[in-house]
Design a protein around this ligand. Structure first.
Ligand SMILES: NC(=O)c1ccc[n+]([C@@H]2O[C@H](COP(=O)([O-])OP(=O)(O)OC[C@H]3O[C@@H](n4cnc5c(N)ncnc54)[C@H](OP(=O)(O)O)[C@@H]3O)[C@@H](O)[C@H]2O)c1
Length: 295
């Protein structure tokens, strides 16, 4: 479910990923997160992504609660605050456990729209076929489908993701690109030669599989970044913008959030995008794709 209207770009808070295992969130990060949120809102970032599942165990619901509190306590102009859109996602039990009753979920989206609870609806991890189906279904019911959120980056641009993009263009739906930094690998800051630079947990496992073949792409990104006075992260996020997507990079602290803001206000050239795509095509082991994405 997405509540959004007229967004420009989005930068995420670590809380939006919520859980301790994957992202190392702890409650003592909250004051800095609030400062990051205030800085981003004041800088014109008006879309914040979250989900009912961001924050597990005793932290269940934490991400949504924090975003709600930060929004309420935003110290700047009320007009700026009112322009902020919180995009949240939910997958209701028991249907989140089986694809068989998806039509009931779609009817649920129609209901929340008709009740005026949301401005528009969206879906996540939908493949091209399913996206066409729901697009037609919601259209018949008079409900605007605003966005589809899928994994999309220089390391997630296989035929499936390209078909999702084509379906989005066909339906006039925004593609929200999650993990645009490939969980951080496209920042270039992790090195297999320095195991202490690698994150722990499941993310570390993915990095060990993908990083060995990434050097040529990261080198090219580094050359482009140097020529333009940018960073690798900014190049990766800008690439997603150049595809017509709305990237939602996760930022862990103030420094990362400020750096990611520098992805806005300029464009890679067509030639640079082409060269990046070609280098990405040559990466031997692509990012593992989300197993929940449908056909
Ligand atoms: N719908 C879905 O199924 C789904 C799935 C995944 C994500 N999402 C959404 O997409 C958002 C972003 O995706 P993501 O967090 O998975 O991946 P991401 O944006 O590709 O990577 C985020 C990580 O990159 C590193 N990073 C970010 N900016 C940096 C910078 N400027 N310099 C250095 N490192 C930087 C940080 O790693 P370190 O922590 O190592 O510093 C950060 O935790 C999530 O917050 C979530 O809202 C949705």
């Amino acid at each position: 479910m997405v509540r959004c209207r007229g967004y420009a770009a989005a930068v995420l808070l670590p809380t939006a990923r919520g859980n301790k295992l994957l992202w190392g969130y702890s409650e003592d990060m909250d004051p800095e997160l609030q400062e990051v949120f205030n800085m981003l809102v004041s800088s014109g970032i008006n879309l914040y992504d979250t989900a009912d599942s961001y924050g597990t165990g005793k932290l269940e619901g934490r991400s949504e609660q924090l975003l709600g509190r930060f929004l309420d306590e935003y110290p700047g102009s009320p007009a700026v605050r009112d322009d902020v859109r919180i995009a949240t996602k939910l997958a209701a039990y028991p249907w989140r456990l089986t694809p068989k009753q998806e039509r009931l979920m779609w009817d649920g989206l129609v209901a929340i729209y008709e009740e005026g609870l949301v401005d528009a609806v969206g879906v996540s991890n939908y493949g091209p076929k399913q996206l066409q189906k729901i697009g037609q279904y919601l259209d018949k019911r008079g409900v605007p489908l605003a966005a589809v959120q899928v994994q999309y980056s220089l390391l997630s641009r296989g035929s499936d993701q390209m078909a999702v993009k084509a379906a989005c263009d066909d339906l006039g739906v925004a593609l929200i690109a999650y993990s645009p930094l490939a969980l951080g690998m496209l920042t270039g800051k992790y090195s297999l030669d320095d195991p202490s630079s690698l994150p722990g947990g499941p993310r570390g496992l993915v990095f060990r599989q993908v990083l060995p073949g990434l050097a040529p792409l990261l080198d090219l990104m580094g050359q482009i970044a140097k020529r333009r006075g940018k960073t690798l992260s900014q190049v990766a996020i800008n690439w997603a913008i150049c595809q017509g997507a709305v990237p939602i990079p996760g930022a862990k602290d103030m420094a990362q959030a400020k750096e990611n803001l520098g992805a806005l206000g300029w464009r890679l050239s067509d030639g640079e995008v082409r060269a990046l795509n070609e280098a990405a095509d040559r990466v031997p082991k692509a990012m593992v794709q989300n197993v929940f994405q449908t056909q």
